[in-house]
Ligand binder design. Sequence first.
Ligand SMILES: [Zn+2]
Length: 179
Amino acid sequence: MTASQQAHHRDGIAACFFCQQRPADPSAAYPVPMHRGLRRGSTGPLQQVSYQSGSVPVPRCAACRGAHDREESIRRYGKLAGAVVGAALGLVIYTVIPEHQATGISQATWFEMDKNSLTLMLCLAIGALVLGLIGEVVAQIVAARSLPAETQPTEHAPGHPDVRAMQDQGWYPGDKPSG
Ligand SMILES: [Zn+2]
């Protein structure tokens, strides 16, 4: 335990669980959703299960919340950015396809027009799909690196003692199953 942590303990303020350095800000707590199944009427082949759900606030400081929010938006927009760039690249590839260049739209027959628009759609779709996937992978890496060295990722949250205590009482981390 560091000197600053000891100081927080003395003052009764929990340290942020993610950086273990700064004091936690109650408004910045990270909620870990939890659920547990409750069996009802255990007779017969069909067993009804109802779920109880809630969340455990894991102490977090404002700086770590900012870092987590930034990481989340990098992940979210990475795929989208990749798809947009991919579609643009698909359009560029389409315009440099020799067949297309040879076929002026003005002299094209309906069949050629159709072939052209099909090629265009294919170029856009493949470009968006491929670069969307690449964007997603790159975003994962960039997002993970965007966190300051002292800040643990949110995946770390279920390791908090309060979450573990709930697990001992039959609770599971995560949202309750749908249905
Ligand atoms: Zn922190």
